[in-house]
Design a protein around this ligand. Structure first.
Ligand SMILES: NC(=O)c1ccc[n+]([C@@H]2O[C@H](COP(=O)([O-])OP(=O)(O)OC[C@H]3O[C@@H](n4cnc5c(N)ncnc54)[C@H](OP(=O)(O)O)[C@@H]3O)[C@@H](O)[C@H]2O)c1
Length: 299
């Protein structure tokens, strides 16, 4: 069981939902986006050990979902972004281990090169992007520590809320604006609802689990197929919604680095431990369509 947990990056997309689900057991940090009850912490300038000393109640677990997740930013400035994504994260994890709490480091499916999949925890990681290489560097450091630790690799985290950077909510904003969508048919991942991601991570951390776990939805989707599903669900409630959807290859898009094609994750290890019931993508898309387009009448 989690007695009390700190979320470093509690103001982020995943961090906010971790805190919401932890309720009274959780306390979180922010850097540039303050929130009520949050504790200011800039990993570039502050030491987590100082913050841990100031806490009213000691924590048993520390979730670490913070960092620079802008992949193009990491590609442009691998050294500068590694200062946050590698150096400060290792310093944070060092301080967590020093107080005997269990660190839960949030990693990514981008540690894989995209040539296979669905990827298992036992598969060799070969990142082809700076962001994935940074995450793998932290994983390798943590894996060398003797105390109990958890690494949870996520695939795409989604939410139907347009106020988040989850891809379904973002697509809704763009569809509303009539923006044509160029969408890769060959980029395949394991999307999971942000509340499932946060809930499953909390449940896993509350068991005696240690080591590396993959956490993604049970159904692999291409980006194109997931957007097609969303558009179909929107058209059920708002049949005349216009959408221009152009299929392409991921490698046609002008990213600085060649991105991995298939990063779908096998989650048998996670399911053997916690048997999580994931919300299907059809339900997420259907609920988002109803919430965002339900008031629009056809004709
Ligand atoms: N979202 C996804 O689809 C996805 C997929 C795979 C893996 N992941 C991993 O999951 C984790 C969470 O992702 P997310 O989408 O929730 O990211 P996010 O919304 O961008 O949140 C990032 C968090 O990091 C904090 N932060 C940034 N720089 C910091 C610094 N110098 N010191 C302290 N805190 C700092 C931010 O604080 P402020 O906002 O207050 O500045 C924010 O709380 C990340 O590690 C990411 O790599 C996410």
């Amino acid at each position: 069981m989690i007695a009390r947990a700190l979320v470093v990056g509690g103001s982020g997309f995943v961090g906010q939902r971790l805190l919401a689900l932890l309720g009274a057991r959780g306390v979180g940090t922010f850097n540039r986006h303050p929130f009520s009850g949050g504790l200011g912490f800039n990993a570039r300038t502050d030491r987590l050990s100082d913050l841990l000393r100031r806490l009213e109640h000691p924590v048993s677990h520390v979730f670490v979902p913070y960092g620079t997740i802008d992949m193009e930013g990491c590609a442009r400035d691998p050294k500068g972004t590694a200062q946050v994504n590698v150096d400060t994260v290792i310093a944070v994890l060092t301080d967590v281990l020093a107080v005997g709490a269990v660190p839960i480091f949030v990693s990514t499916d981008y540690v894989f090169d995209g040539t296979g999949g669905p990827w298992r925890e036992s598969d060799a990681a070969h990142p082809r992007m700076a962001y994935g290489a940074q995450k793998l560097a932290v994983e390798q450091w943590l894996a060398s520590q003797a105390a109990r630790w958890l690494i949870v690799r996520l695939s795409k985290v989604v939410s139907g809320d347009p106020a988040t950077h989850g891809m379904i909510g973002q697509w809704i904003t763009e569809l509303r604006a009539g923006k044509p969508q160029r969408c890769a048919t060959d980029q395949v991942f394991s999307p999971a609802w942000v509340d499932d991601v946060a809930g499953a991570m909390i449940k896993l951390a509350g068991t005696d689990a240690a080591g590396l776990y993959h956490l993604g939805g049970p159904e692999a989707f291409s980006r194109y197929d997931l957007l097609s599903l969303l558009i179909a669900e929107i058209r059920k409630v708002a049949p005349q919604t216009a959408a221009t959807l152009e299929p392409c290859s991921l490698h046609d898009l002008p990213f600085l680095e060649k991105r991995p094609l298939c990063t779908a994750l096998a989650i048998d290890k996670l399911q053997a431990k916690i048997a999580w019931d994931f919300m299907p993508m059809r339900t997420i898309c259907g609920d988002a369509a109803l919430a965002q387009f339900g008031g629009i009448r056809a004709g």
